[in-house]
Design a protein around this ligand. Sequence first.
Ligand code: PEP
Length: 248
Amino acid sequence: MRRKLVAGNWKMHGSLAENERLLDGVLAGMPGVKAEVAVCVPYPYLAQAQARLDGSALVWGAQNLSQHGKGAFTGEVSAAMLRDFGCKYVIVGHSERRALYGETDEIVAEKFVAAQAAGLIPILCVGETLGERESGVTERVIARQLDAVVAKSGVGALADAVLAYEPVWAIGTGKTASPEQAQDVHAFIRGKLAALDPSVAEALVIQYGGSVKANNAAELFAQPDIDGGLIGGASLAADEFLAVCRAA
Ligand code: PEP
């Protein structure tokens, strides 16, 4: 049995006061949760997450990082800085970063390398747009996104990483991939990696993300190749997020 991981992606939401309430609420419900649970918070709130969560049942992480180690990169944040604030995970290649901030497969692969070099576990996001799905190129797109990382890091690096399949058309739209649609892509990913390294592929945690809510989480997480979720909107309310976590 693979472990299950549920990670909340708060995106650009929160305030010191709101976060305090949300973290308190999630922590209160953690005794009923078997899966590992992470919250990926905006950079300014990493210190708050560390202070509140250190030694607790929740781990924390960030939503992005620089591919560079240090230097003249105004506004950027390095992997070592994230480690300074106790991050365990960092989301890499979220579709919003790819679409809105020009992150290419190559840049995403560099960020993946930078994260691992600092001892962070990257949550590598892959997924197709609606147009790509409708044109029948879903697998080709995901293969290209994965190949860029495997080419730079080697398949063995995935032993210290998490994948998240996030169909772009399902993120924040209220449209969820059906359990069968998601399972098909998860099985494709695992099969593709198994051709390179069966044991890495078998152990790899592959999360599903895209409008996961309390009312659809259980059937998604029941699929054999879905090992938890990357949760956006539903991670912003403690009760809803805890229900998703309990479903894993
Ligand atoms: C996400 O932020 O990665 C995500 C899947 O968002 P949502 O759950 O809101 O669709």
